[in-house]
Design a protein around this ligand. Structure first.
Ligand code: MN
Length: 429
C-alpha cells in the first residue's frame, strides 16, 4: 500500500492497529488492520485461509464481529497475528509476489467505511493518573491543600458507564441535569452550562483474570491488548453538585468517545520510556505496585493533542485550533500499576474491558488536558481565531483528539482521531 510509506502516514506497516468496520449499515462488521489509507480485511483473510499454523487461533478469532475473541487469547497469539499481517503486507513478501492481486482485493479504502466501537466493553473504569491534573483541579476546590493524602499511594479511579461509550464521530447531545444555584437558592434542573472534554488514553484489557485472582504487577502488561484515545465528556456544573460523597455519576455517564483503532503494545515497544520519576519527597509505591521493569520502561511516550473547531470557525473555513498538547509519559501511574491495582482486591478484568488513564495534563499551562483547567474554571477564557471565547464547550463545537509516537530511527505511528461535535440539549418533555 503506497500511502503506508508516506512519511506523514499514521498507519505505516510498523503500526497495524486493529479495529472493527463495516462497509454499510446492511453489512455485518468485519475486523481489520489499518495500513496507510486502507484497511486489510482480516475477517476475509481468515475466511480465505491466510491464517494458518501459529496464527490459526487468532485467525479464527477474526471471524467474529468484535475484537473480544482475539482479546480473550494471549500475547503469543496477538504477536503471531501481527507477524502474519506484516508478512502479508510486505511489498517484497512471498504473498504479495505470488498472489498480489488476491491480496489487493482484501483491502478496503478507509474513507468509505464506518468504524465501530471495537470491543464489547463490559466494564469501563476511568483513572485519575495525572498528578498535574489532580493538583490543578484540587487547587480550585482547596487552594491550601490541593492534593488529597491518598493520591500518591492509591491509583484513584471511578467506575464509568460502558454502554454509553461511542465511536469517534458520533454526535454528543448536551446533557441536562441538576445543578446548584449556590447556598441561597434551591438547585434546578436544566441543560448543562459547563460542558467539558477530558483528553485521555484508554487501555483495552486482553486475557484478564478470574475473580479472586489478582494480577501481579510483573504480569500486568500481558493483560493489556492495546491503546486508544478517549474523550471523557464531563458536565462540570452537574459534577460539582453531585460528586460528594460517591464520585461522578450523571456528569460523566451521558457519553464517552473513543478512537476506533486499537494500537497494540507490541507496536508501541519502540516508544517505551521509564515510569514517571517521582519527586524526592514522594513516597515509593507500595510493594504490590513496585517492579523494577515497570520503573525502567513502564511509561509510553505518546504525544497528545486536543483541537477545537467552533461552528463559526467551520462556517468561515478556519482550521481547527490546538488547545493543548501533552504526553502520556507524564502520568504519575503506569498502565501496569493501574491494571495491578484494579485487580488487587480480586476484582476480575475481562477481555474487552476498558481502563482509561484520566485527563492527561502536564506541568505547563499549555499542556492542560481539559477546559476546566485551561480556562481555569472560566476565569481565563480561551480565545479562538474568530475572536470567540471559550470557558466551556458551546453547541456546534467539535473536539478532536490526536496521538502520535515519534523517535529518531523509527517509523512514526499515529492513533487516528477521536472526534465529537456538541448538539443542543434535548427539549424538555
Ligand atoms: Mn476522566
Amino acid at each position: 500500500v503506497e500511502s503506508a510509506q508516506f512519511p506523514d502516514t499514521e498507519f505505516p506497516i510498523q503500526n497495524l492497529p486493529l479495529g472493527v468496520f463495516r462497509r454499510s449499515p446492511e453489512e455485518l462488521p468485519s475486523i481489520g488492520a489499518a495500513i496507510g489509507d486502507s484497511i486489510l480485511d482480516l475477517s476475509a483473510c481468515a475466511r480465505g485461509g491466510l491464517f494458518e499454523s501459529d496464527c490459526r487461533a487468532a485467525g479464527e478469532a477474526c471471524l467474529g464481529q468484535s475484537l473480544d475473541p482475539l482479546m480473550a487469547l494471549d500475547v503469543s497469539h496477538w504477536s503471531a497475528l501481527r507477524r502474519r499481517v506484516s508478512e502479508l503486507l510486505r511489498s517484497d513478501g512471498n504473498d504479495v509476489r505470488r498472489n498480489g492481486g488476491r491480496l489487493r482485493a482484501l483491502l478496503v479504502r478507509m474513507d468509505v467505511v464506518e468504524m465501530l466501537v471495537p470491543a464489547s466493553i463490559g466494564d469501563y473504569t476511568d483513572f485519575y493518573a495525572s498528578v498535574f491534573h489532580a493538583t490543578n483541579v484540587g487547587r480550585m476546590m482547596r487552594p491550601d491543600n490541593p492534593l488529597l493524602p491518598n493520591y500518591k499511594y492509591v491509583p484513584i479511579a471511578y467506575h464509568g458507564r460502558a454502554s454509553s461509550i461511542v465511536s469517534s464521530g458520533t454526535r454528543i447531545r448536551r446533557p441536562s441535569g441538576q445543578t446548584s444555584g449556590g447556598p441561597a437558592v434551591p438547585p434546578s434542573f436544566g441543560p448543562c452550562r459547563n460542558l467539558d472534554y477530558e483528553l485521555e488514553v484508554g487501555f483495552f484489557v486482553g486475557t484478564g483474570n478470574a475473580l479472586g485472582a489478582p494480577i501481579p504487577i510483573q504480569a500486568a502488561e500481558d493483560n493489556v491488548f492495546g491503546l486508544c484515545l478517549v474523550n471523557d465528556w464531563s458536565a462540570r456544573d452537574i459534577q460539582r453538585w453531585e460528586y460528594q460523597p460517591l464520585g461522578p455519576f450523571l456528569s460523566k455517564s451521558f457519553a464517552t468517545t473513543i478512537s476506533p483503532w486499537v494500537i497494540t503494545l507490541e507496536a508501541l515497544e519502540p516508544f517505551r520510556v521509564p515510569a514517571f520519576s517521582r519527586s524526592p519527597g514522594d513516597p515509593s509505591p507500595l510493594p504490590y505496585l513496585s517492579d523494577p521493569a515497570n520503573t525502567e520502561h513502564g511509561g509510553i511516550d505518546i504525544d497528545l493533542e486536543v483541537l477545537l473547531c467552533s461552528g463559526s470557525m467551520r462556517e468561515r473555513r478556519i482550521a481547527p485550533v490546538t488547545l493543548s498538547r501533552s504526553n502520556l509519559r507524564d502520568m504519575y501511574w503506569t498502565a501496569a500499576q493501574m491494571v495491578s491495582h484494579h485487580s488487587s482486591n480480586g476484582c476480575n478484568l475481562r477481555p474487552g474491558d476498558l481502563l482509561a488513564s484520566g485527563t492527561v495534563s502536564g506541568a505547563s499551562e499549555d499542556s492542560r488536558g481539559c477546559l476546566l483547567e485551561l480556562a481555569w474554571r472560566g476565569e481565563k477564557p480561551v480565545l479562538l481565531p474568530t475572536g470567540e471565547e471559550r470557558r466551556f464547550l458551546e453547541d456546534g463545537d467539535e473536539v478532536v483528539m490526536r496521538g502520535r509516537c515519534t523517535r529518531p530511527g523509527f517509523a512514526a505511528l499515529g492513533f487516528g482521531q477521536c472526534r465529537g461535535m456538541i448538539d443542543g440539549a434535548a427539549e424538555p418533555r
